[in-house]
Design a binder for this molecule. Sequence first.
Ligand SMILES: Cc1cc2nc3c(=O)[nH]c(=O)nc-3n(C[C@H](O)[C@H](O)[C@H](O)COP(=O)(O)OP(=O)(O)OC[C@H]3O[C@@H](n4cnc5c(N)ncnc54)[C@H](O)[C@@H]3O)c2cc1C
Length: 377
Amino acid sequence: MSIDIIGAGIGGLTTAIALEQKGIKTRIFEQAESIKPVGAGIILANNAMQVFDKLGLRPIIEANGNVMSSMNITKSNLKPLSKIDFSYFEKKHQTKSIAIHRGTLQQLLIKQLKSTEIKLNHKLTALEKTANGYTLNFENGKQIKSTTLIGADGLNSVVRENILPNNNIRNAKQICWRGVTEYQLPLNFQNELNEAWGKSERFGFVQIAENKVYWYALKAFKQNKDEFSVGQLDRYFYTYHSLIKNIIKATNKAYINTAEISDLKPTDIWYKGNACLIGDAAHAATPNMGQGACQAIEDAYVLSECLAKYNTEKAFSVFQKLRLPKAHQVVKTSWRVGKIAHLKNPLLIGFRNQVLKLTPSSINRKQNEQIFQLAEV
Ligand SMILES: Cc1cc2nc3c(=O)[nH]c(=O)nc-3n(C[C@H](O)[C@H](O)[C@H](O)COP(=O)(O)OP(=O)(O)OC[C@H]3O[C@@H](n4cnc5c(N)ncnc54)[C@H](O)[C@@H]3O)c2cc1C
Protein backbone atom coordinates (compact mmCIF):
# COMPACT_ATOMS: atom_id res chain seq x y z
CA MET A 1 0.00 0.00 0.00
CA SER A 2 1.24 3.51 -0.81
CA ILE A 3 -0.36 6.70 0.46
CA ASP A 4 0.00 10.24 -0.84
CA ILE A 5 -0.30 13.17 1.52
CA ILE A 6 -0.98 16.70 0.34
CA GLY A 7 0.59 19.23 2.73
CA ALA A 8 3.73 19.15 4.89
CA GLY A 9 2.20 20.95 7.87
CA ILE A 10 2.17 19.47 11.37
CA GLY A 11 -0.72 17.17 10.40
CA GLY A 12 0.83 15.87 7.17
CA LEU A 13 4.29 15.34 8.68
CA THR A 14 2.98 13.54 11.77
CA THR A 15 0.79 11.30 9.60
CA ALA A 16 3.78 10.37 7.42
CA ILE A 17 5.85 9.50 10.52
CA ALA A 18 3.03 7.38 11.98
CA LEU A 19 2.43 5.56 8.65
CA GLU A 20 6.15 4.92 8.12
CA GLN A 21 6.27 3.33 11.57
CA LYS A 22 3.49 0.97 10.43
CA GLY A 23 5.52 0.05 7.35
CA ILE A 24 3.24 1.97 4.98
CA LYS A 25 4.93 3.83 2.11
CA THR A 26 4.09 7.54 1.81
CA ARG A 27 4.89 10.54 -0.38
CA ILE A 28 4.21 14.15 0.66
CA PHE A 29 3.44 16.92 -1.83
CA GLU A 30 3.93 20.46 -0.51
CA GLN A 31 3.18 23.70 -2.34
CA ALA A 32 6.00 25.71 -0.74
CA GLU A 33 9.39 25.95 -2.44
CA SER A 34 11.09 25.49 0.90
CA ILE A 35 9.77 24.78 4.36
CA LYS A 36 10.12 28.08 6.18
CA PRO A 37 9.48 28.23 9.90
CA VAL A 38 6.61 30.49 11.01
CA GLY A 39 7.98 32.97 13.56
CA ALA A 40 5.75 31.71 16.32
CA GLY A 41 5.47 29.14 19.04
CA ILE A 42 2.94 26.40 19.51
CA ILE A 43 1.46 24.68 22.50
CA LEU A 44 1.45 20.91 22.30
CA ALA A 45 -1.14 20.02 24.90
CA ASN A 46 -1.20 16.76 26.82
CA ASN A 47 -3.19 14.89 24.12
CA ALA A 48 -0.68 15.80 21.39
CA MET A 49 2.22 14.81 23.63
CA GLN A 50 0.57 11.42 24.33
CA VAL A 51 0.64 10.82 20.56
CA PHE A 52 4.27 11.93 20.29
CA ASP A 53 5.03 9.58 23.19
CA LYS A 54 3.53 6.67 21.22
CA LEU A 55 5.63 7.71 18.19
CA GLY A 56 8.78 7.82 20.34
CA LEU A 57 9.22 11.59 19.91
CA ARG A 58 8.35 12.79 23.41
CA PRO A 59 11.95 13.01 24.73
CA ILE A 60 13.23 15.04 21.79
CA ILE A 61 10.27 17.45 21.87
CA GLU A 62 10.59 17.87 25.64
CA ALA A 63 14.32 18.54 25.24
CA ASN A 64 13.67 21.30 22.69
CA GLY A 65 10.66 22.95 24.31
CA ASN A 66 9.47 24.07 27.72
CA VAL A 67 7.01 22.38 30.08
CA MET A 68 3.71 24.21 30.53
CA SER A 69 2.03 23.09 33.74
CA SER A 70 -0.89 25.51 33.93
CA MET A 71 -2.94 27.93 31.92
CA ASN A 72 -4.24 31.13 33.46
CA ILE A 73 -6.79 33.60 32.21
CA THR A 74 -6.18 36.96 33.83
CA LYS A 75 -7.30 40.57 33.70
CA SER A 76 -5.17 42.99 31.70
CA ASN A 77 -3.16 43.68 34.88
CA LEU A 78 -2.40 39.92 35.18
CA LYS A 79 -4.68 39.49 38.21
CA PRO A 80 -6.01 35.90 37.90
CA LEU A 81 -9.53 35.10 36.73
CA SER A 82 -9.20 31.37 36.16
CA LYS A 83 -6.51 28.73 36.36
CA ILE A 84 -6.28 25.28 34.83
CA ASP A 85 -3.66 23.22 36.61
CA PHE A 86 -2.33 20.49 34.30
CA SER A 87 -0.49 18.54 37.04
CA TYR A 88 -3.47 16.17 37.44
CA PHE A 89 -3.21 15.26 33.72
CA GLU A 90 0.59 15.05 33.90
CA LYS A 91 0.19 12.30 36.51
CA LYS A 92 -2.76 10.61 34.82
CA HIS A 93 -1.19 10.36 31.35
CA GLN A 94 2.49 10.51 32.34
CA THR A 95 3.02 13.31 29.79
CA LYS A 96 3.37 17.06 30.05
CA SER A 97 2.13 19.86 27.80
CA ILE A 98 5.04 21.46 25.94
CA ALA A 99 5.42 24.94 24.47
CA ILE A 100 7.91 24.96 21.59
CA HIS A 101 9.00 27.06 18.60
CA ARG A 102 7.05 26.02 15.47
CA GLY A 103 10.20 26.01 13.36
CA THR A 104 11.96 23.72 15.84
CA LEU A 105 9.00 21.31 15.86
CA GLN A 106 8.81 21.30 12.05
CA GLN A 107 12.52 20.47 11.75
CA LEU A 108 12.25 17.71 14.39
CA LEU A 109 9.35 16.13 12.50
CA ILE A 110 11.07 16.35 9.10
CA LYS A 111 14.19 14.69 10.55
CA GLN A 112 12.11 11.71 11.69
CA LEU A 113 11.11 10.83 8.12
CA LYS A 114 13.19 7.96 6.83
CA SER A 115 11.75 6.77 3.52
CA THR A 116 9.21 9.53 2.80
CA GLU A 117 10.19 12.11 0.24
CA ILE A 118 8.73 15.63 0.58
CA LYS A 119 8.15 16.90 -2.94
CA LEU A 120 8.37 20.67 -2.62
CA ASN A 121 6.98 23.16 -5.17
CA HIS A 122 4.04 20.79 -5.78
CA LYS A 123 0.88 22.82 -5.39
CA LEU A 124 -2.14 20.61 -6.01
CA THR A 125 -4.65 22.36 -8.26
CA ALA A 126 -7.13 19.59 -9.04
CA LEU A 127 -7.94 15.88 -8.71
CA GLU A 128 -9.34 13.65 -11.40
CA LYS A 129 -11.02 10.39 -10.44
CA THR A 130 -9.61 7.35 -12.27
CA ALA A 131 -10.50 3.65 -12.16
CA ASN A 132 -7.84 3.00 -9.47
CA GLY A 133 -7.73 6.27 -7.60
CA TYR A 134 -6.83 9.77 -8.76
CA THR A 135 -4.68 11.79 -11.10
CA LEU A 136 -3.18 14.65 -9.12
CA ASN A 137 -2.66 17.84 -11.13
CA PHE A 138 -0.02 20.23 -9.88
CA GLU A 139 0.61 23.88 -10.67
CA ASN A 140 4.12 22.99 -11.92
CA GLY A 141 2.48 21.04 -14.76
CA LYS A 142 3.12 17.57 -13.33
CA GLN A 143 0.43 14.88 -13.27
CA ILE A 144 0.90 12.08 -10.77
CA LYS A 145 -1.19 8.94 -10.23
CA SER A 146 -2.33 8.17 -6.71
CA THR A 147 -4.33 5.27 -5.31
CA THR A 148 -4.96 6.62 -1.80
CA LEU A 149 -4.91 10.26 -0.79
CA ILE A 150 -4.80 12.18 2.48
CA GLY A 151 -5.68 15.88 2.32
CA ALA A 152 -3.59 17.57 5.02
CA ASP A 153 -3.63 20.84 3.10
CA GLY A 154 -5.11 23.11 5.74
CA LEU A 155 -8.09 25.44 5.98
CA ASN A 156 -8.26 26.25 2.25
CA SER A 157 -7.84 22.60 1.27
CA VAL A 158 -7.85 21.87 -2.48
CA VAL A 159 -8.48 18.19 -1.72
CA ARG A 160 -11.62 19.20 0.20
CA GLU A 161 -12.74 21.56 -2.57
CA ASN A 162 -12.47 18.65 -5.03
CA ILE A 163 -14.03 15.80 -3.05
CA LEU A 164 -16.46 17.60 -0.73
CA PRO A 165 -17.17 21.08 -2.08
CA ASN A 166 -19.49 23.70 -0.57
CA ASN A 167 -17.92 23.93 2.85
CA ASN A 168 -18.23 27.06 4.86
CA ILE A 169 -15.14 28.98 6.01
CA ARG A 170 -16.17 31.41 8.76
CA ASN A 171 -14.30 34.64 9.39
CA ALA A 172 -14.11 35.21 13.16
CA LYS A 173 -13.43 38.94 12.64
CA GLN A 174 -10.34 38.80 14.79
CA ILE A 175 -6.82 39.75 13.84
CA CYS A 176 -3.97 37.86 15.45
CA TRP A 177 -0.34 38.91 15.84
CA ARG A 178 2.28 36.37 16.86
CA GLY A 179 5.89 36.91 17.80
CA VAL A 180 8.91 35.25 19.37
CA THR A 181 11.39 37.38 21.25
CA GLU A 182 14.51 36.96 23.31
CA TYR A 183 13.19 37.29 26.83
CA GLN A 184 13.36 35.44 30.12
CA LEU A 185 10.12 35.58 32.10
CA PRO A 186 10.24 35.95 35.89
CA LEU A 187 10.56 32.54 37.59
CA ASN A 188 6.90 32.26 38.60
CA PHE A 189 5.78 32.68 34.96
CA GLN A 190 8.22 30.22 33.42
CA ASN A 191 6.04 27.12 33.26
CA GLU A 192 2.64 28.58 32.57
CA LEU A 193 0.66 30.13 29.77
CA ASN A 194 -0.92 33.41 30.73
CA GLU A 195 -3.64 34.99 28.65
CA ALA A 196 -4.72 38.49 29.69
CA TRP A 197 -8.25 39.50 28.65
CA GLY A 198 -9.13 43.15 28.25
CA LYS A 199 -11.79 44.89 26.22
CA SER A 200 -12.06 43.39 22.72
CA GLU A 201 -8.39 42.38 22.79
CA ARG A 202 -6.20 39.87 24.64
CA PHE A 203 -2.56 38.95 25.00
CA GLY A 204 -1.03 35.52 25.70
CA PHE A 205 2.59 34.63 26.43
CA VAL A 206 4.66 31.58 27.37
CA GLN A 207 8.34 30.67 27.70
CA ILE A 208 9.24 28.23 24.88
CA ALA A 209 12.97 27.83 25.57
CA GLU A 210 15.77 29.46 27.54
CA ASN A 211 15.53 33.20 26.83
CA LYS A 212 12.73 32.76 24.26
CA VAL A 213 9.16 33.89 24.77
CA TYR A 214 6.31 33.22 22.34
CA TRP A 215 3.43 35.65 22.51
CA TYR A 216 0.19 36.23 20.65
CA ALA A 217 -2.27 39.10 20.65
CA LEU A 218 -5.78 39.23 19.27
CA LYS A 219 -8.13 42.08 18.57
CA ALA A 220 -11.74 41.96 17.31
CA PHE A 221 -12.58 44.11 14.29
CA LYS A 222 -15.86 45.27 12.80
CA GLN A 223 -15.32 45.65 9.07
CA ASN A 224 -11.77 45.18 7.99
CA LYS A 225 -8.58 43.97 9.67
CA ASP A 226 -6.78 46.98 8.17
CA GLU A 227 -8.39 49.00 10.98
CA PHE A 228 -5.31 47.84 12.91
CA SER A 229 -1.59 47.85 12.27
CA VAL A 230 1.37 46.13 13.86
CA GLY A 231 3.00 49.53 14.35
CA GLN A 232 0.26 50.40 16.85
CA LEU A 233 0.59 47.27 19.01
CA ASP A 234 2.12 49.20 21.90
CA ARG A 235 -0.87 51.53 21.85
CA TYR A 236 -3.48 48.73 21.84
CA PHE A 237 -1.90 47.25 24.97
CA TYR A 238 -0.72 50.40 26.78
CA THR A 239 -3.08 49.79 29.74
CA TYR A 240 -1.78 46.22 30.21
CA HIS A 241 0.68 44.95 32.82
CA SER A 242 4.25 46.21 32.37
CA LEU A 243 5.49 42.64 31.67
CA ILE A 244 3.26 42.50 28.58
CA LYS A 245 4.38 45.95 27.44
CA ASN A 246 8.02 44.90 27.89
CA ILE A 247 7.51 41.73 25.81
CA ILE A 248 6.01 43.78 22.97
CA LYS A 249 8.84 46.32 23.24
CA ALA A 250 11.46 43.55 23.13
CA THR A 251 10.08 42.14 19.83
CA ASN A 252 11.45 43.15 16.45
CA LYS A 253 8.27 44.28 14.67
CA ALA A 254 9.61 43.09 11.30
CA TYR A 255 9.25 39.48 12.48
CA ILE A 256 5.72 39.70 13.84
CA ASN A 257 3.33 37.38 12.01
CA THR A 258 -0.15 38.80 11.27
CA ALA A 259 -3.13 36.56 10.44
CA GLU A 260 -6.87 36.83 10.21
CA ILE A 261 -8.71 34.18 12.24
CA SER A 262 -11.13 31.80 10.50
CA ASP A 263 -12.47 28.32 10.99
CA LEU A 264 -14.44 25.69 9.11
CA LYS A 265 -18.10 25.28 10.01
CA PRO A 266 -18.35 21.66 11.24
CA THR A 267 -19.08 19.21 8.43
CA ASP A 268 -20.17 15.61 8.93
CA ILE A 269 -18.18 13.98 6.14
CA TRP A 270 -14.40 13.91 5.92
CA TYR A 271 -13.80 11.32 3.19
CA LYS A 272 -15.00 10.17 -0.20
CA GLY A 273 -13.74 7.18 -2.15
CA ASN A 274 -10.03 6.79 -1.53
CA ALA A 275 -9.43 10.33 -0.30
CA CYS A 276 -9.68 11.50 3.31
CA LEU A 277 -9.17 14.85 5.02
CA ILE A 278 -7.31 15.42 8.27
CA GLY A 279 -6.33 18.39 10.46
CA ASP A 280 -7.43 21.87 9.45
CA ALA A 281 -8.59 20.56 6.05
CA ALA A 282 -11.27 18.55 7.91
CA HIS A 283 -11.99 20.60 11.03
CA ALA A 284 -10.10 23.90 11.28
CA ALA A 285 -10.83 25.62 14.60
CA THR A 286 -10.17 29.15 15.80
CA PRO A 287 -7.04 29.08 17.99
CA ASN A 288 -8.86 29.94 21.23
CA MET A 289 -8.28 26.54 22.84
CA GLY A 290 -4.80 26.04 21.37
CA GLN A 291 -5.99 22.68 20.04
CA GLY A 292 -5.91 22.93 16.20
CA ALA A 293 -2.53 21.28 15.70
CA CYS A 294 -3.13 18.92 18.65
CA GLN A 295 -6.27 17.67 16.90
CA ALA A 296 -4.32 17.23 13.64
CA ILE A 297 -1.73 15.21 15.57
CA GLU A 298 -4.48 13.01 17.04
CA ASP A 299 -5.86 12.50 13.52
CA ALA A 300 -2.43 11.35 12.38
CA TYR A 301 -2.28 8.73 15.11
CA VAL A 302 -5.85 7.43 14.76
CA LEU A 303 -5.79 7.36 10.94
CA SER A 304 -2.47 5.51 10.81
CA GLU A 305 -3.75 2.91 13.29
CA CYS A 306 -6.92 2.46 11.21
CA LEU A 307 -5.01 2.16 7.92
CA ALA A 308 -2.75 -0.48 9.43
CA LYS A 309 -5.76 -2.48 10.66
CA TYR A 310 -8.46 -2.17 8.00
CA ASN A 311 -8.95 -1.79 4.26
CA THR A 312 -8.98 1.84 3.07
CA GLU A 313 -12.74 2.33 3.04
CA LYS A 314 -13.25 0.88 6.51
CA ALA A 315 -10.18 2.73 7.82
CA PHE A 316 -11.57 6.11 6.69
CA SER A 317 -15.00 5.33 8.10
CA VAL A 318 -13.69 4.17 11.52
CA PHE A 319 -11.30 7.15 11.62
CA GLN A 320 -14.13 9.60 11.05
CA LYS A 321 -16.35 7.88 13.64
CA LEU A 322 -13.60 7.98 16.27
CA ARG A 323 -12.35 11.51 15.64
CA LEU A 324 -15.30 13.63 14.54
CA PRO A 325 -17.13 14.22 17.87
CA LYS A 326 -14.08 15.58 19.71
CA ALA A 327 -12.78 17.61 16.76
CA HIS A 328 -16.19 19.25 16.41
CA GLN A 329 -16.38 19.88 20.14
CA VAL A 330 -13.09 21.79 19.83
CA VAL A 331 -14.33 23.82 16.82
CA LYS A 332 -17.57 24.78 18.59
CA THR A 333 -16.05 25.54 22.00
CA SER A 334 -13.21 27.57 20.44
CA TRP A 335 -15.70 29.66 18.47
CA ARG A 336 -17.71 30.36 21.67
CA VAL A 337 -14.59 31.19 23.71
CA GLY A 338 -13.57 33.70 21.01
CA LYS A 339 -16.89 35.52 21.33
CA ILE A 340 -16.71 35.59 25.13
CA ALA A 341 -13.07 36.72 25.17
CA HIS A 342 -13.78 39.71 22.92
CA LEU A 343 -16.85 41.19 24.65
CA LYS A 344 -16.93 44.98 24.55
CA ASN A 345 -19.75 45.92 26.89
CA PRO A 346 -18.26 46.70 30.36
CA LEU A 347 -21.27 45.18 32.16
CA LEU A 348 -20.96 41.94 30.25
CA ILE A 349 -17.19 41.94 30.79
CA GLY A 350 -17.74 42.31 34.56
CA PHE A 351 -20.28 39.48 34.53
CA ARG A 352 -17.98 37.26 32.44
CA ASN A 353 -15.07 37.87 34.80
CA GLN A 354 -17.21 36.97 37.83
CA VAL A 355 -18.32 33.73 36.16
CA LEU A 356 -14.71 32.87 35.32
CA LYS A 357 -13.64 33.52 38.91
CA LEU A 358 -16.49 31.47 40.40
CA THR A 359 -16.27 28.49 38.03
CA PRO A 360 -15.00 25.59 40.16
CA SER A 361 -11.72 24.10 39.02
CA SER A 362 -13.49 20.70 38.84
CA ILE A 363 -15.52 21.97 35.84
CA ASN A 364 -12.41 23.24 34.04
CA ARG A 365 -10.75 19.89 34.74
CA LYS A 366 -13.74 17.93 33.40
CA GLN A 367 -13.63 19.82 30.09
CA ASN A 368 -9.95 19.06 29.67
CA GLU A 369 -10.47 15.46 30.75
CA GLN A 370 -12.39 14.83 27.50
CA ILE A 371 -9.99 16.80 25.32
CA PHE A 372 -6.90 15.05 26.68
CA GLN A 373 -8.32 11.52 26.33
CA LEU A 374 -7.15 9.76 23.16
CA ALA A 375 -9.51 7.53 21.20
CA GLU A 376 -8.89 3.80 21.44
CA VAL A 377 -8.47 2.24 18.03
C1 LIG B 1 -2.74 32.31 15.67
C2 LIG B 1 -2.79 30.83 15.78
C3 LIG B 1 -2.27 30.19 16.90
C4 LIG B 1 -2.36 28.80 17.03
N1 LIG B 1 -1.87 28.19 18.14
C5 LIG B 1 -2.01 26.85 18.28
C6 LIG B 1 -1.49 26.18 19.44
O1 LIG B 1 -0.88 26.78 20.32
N2 LIG B 1 -1.69 24.84 19.54
C7 LIG B 1 -2.34 24.12 18.58
O2 LIG B 1 -2.52 22.91 18.73
N3 LIG B 1 -2.82 24.73 17.46
C8 LIG B 1 -2.66 26.07 17.29
N4 LIG B 1 -3.11 26.68 16.15
C9 LIG B 1 -3.75 25.86 15.09
C10 LIG B 1 -2.71 25.18 14.23
O3 LIG B 1 -1.77 26.09 13.73
C11 LIG B 1 -3.38 24.46 13.06
O4 LIG B 1 -4.51 23.77 13.51
C12 LIG B 1 -2.40 23.46 12.48
O5 LIG B 1 -1.28 24.12 11.94
C13 LIG B 1 -3.10 22.63 11.39
O6 LIG B 1 -2.15 21.77 10.82
P1 LIG B 1 -2.42 21.13 9.40
O7 LIG B 1 -1.21 20.32 9.11
O8 LIG B 1 -3.75 20.48 9.39
O9 LIG B 1 -2.54 22.36 8.40
P2 LIG B 1 -1.50 23.50 8.04
O10 LIG B 1 -0.61 23.82 9.17
O11 LIG B 1 -2.31 24.62 7.46
O12 LIG B 1 -0.59 22.86 6.90
C14 LIG B 1 -1.07 22.69 5.59
C15 LIG B 1 0.12 22.47 4.67
O13 LIG B 1 -0.39 22.18 3.37
C16 LIG B 1 0.26 22.99 2.41
N5 LIG B 1 -0.69 23.18 1.32
C17 LIG B 1 -1.83 23.91 1.33
N6 LIG B 1 -2.46 23.85 0.15
C18 LIG B 1 -1.70 23.04 -0.64
C19 LIG B 1 -1.84 22.58 -1.97
N7 LIG B 1 -2.87 22.95 -2.74
N8 LIG B 1 -0.88 21.76 -2.48
C20 LIG B 1 0.18 21.37 -1.71
N9 LIG B 1 0.36 21.79 -0.45
C21 LIG B 1 -0.58 22.61 0.10
C22 LIG B 1 0.60 24.26 3.16
O14 LIG B 1 1.64 24.98 2.53
C23 LIG B 1 0.99 23.71 4.51
O15 LIG B 1 2.34 23.33 4.56
C24 LIG B 1 -2.99 28.06 16.00
C25 LIG B 1 -3.48 28.70 14.86
C26 LIG B 1 -3.37 30.07 14.74
C27 LIG B 1 -3.93 30.73 13.50
